[in-house]
Design a protein around this ligand. Sequence first.
Ligand code: CMP
Length: 137
Amino acid sequence: MERTLSIIKPDAVAKGVIGKILDRFESNGLKIAATRKMQLSRADAEAFYAAHSERSFFNDLVDFMVSGPVVVSVLEGENAMKINRDLMGATNPKEAEAGTIRADFAENIDANAVHGSDSLESAAIEIAFFFSQREIS
Ligand code: CMP
């Protein structure tokens, strides 16, 4: 059994597709072990994406992530990390396979609808960033 972190980003929240995206998770065997809609502060976004702080896109990424509310969730299930990444599709929606969340709901590489942990190590860190143990069940 694995846990991974999902973020429904401001573009997808603004489009009104929170329910459609959560349904993709549940319909594909992932349990929503915790979820919360929230507005990230700039400090939140900078800390969450600290690994990308030297990248050219960092400031645009932070600007985008604070541009509106997000939905953070813990997804749980067998192979949850990989299943979530397969459901999301490629980071750049133009390269995402048909039927994936990014192909269906994302506009471009910044406004790409969802984030998902890219390893079990990142998942543990990212889950702890947003949720305490007692919020996950
Ligand atoms: P995410 O999975 O949230 O992780 C970092 C984000 O940076 C990524 O999705 C993209 O939305 C954004 N990003 C913007 N430009 C790039 C890029 N060239 N390579 C990777 N990620 C990028």
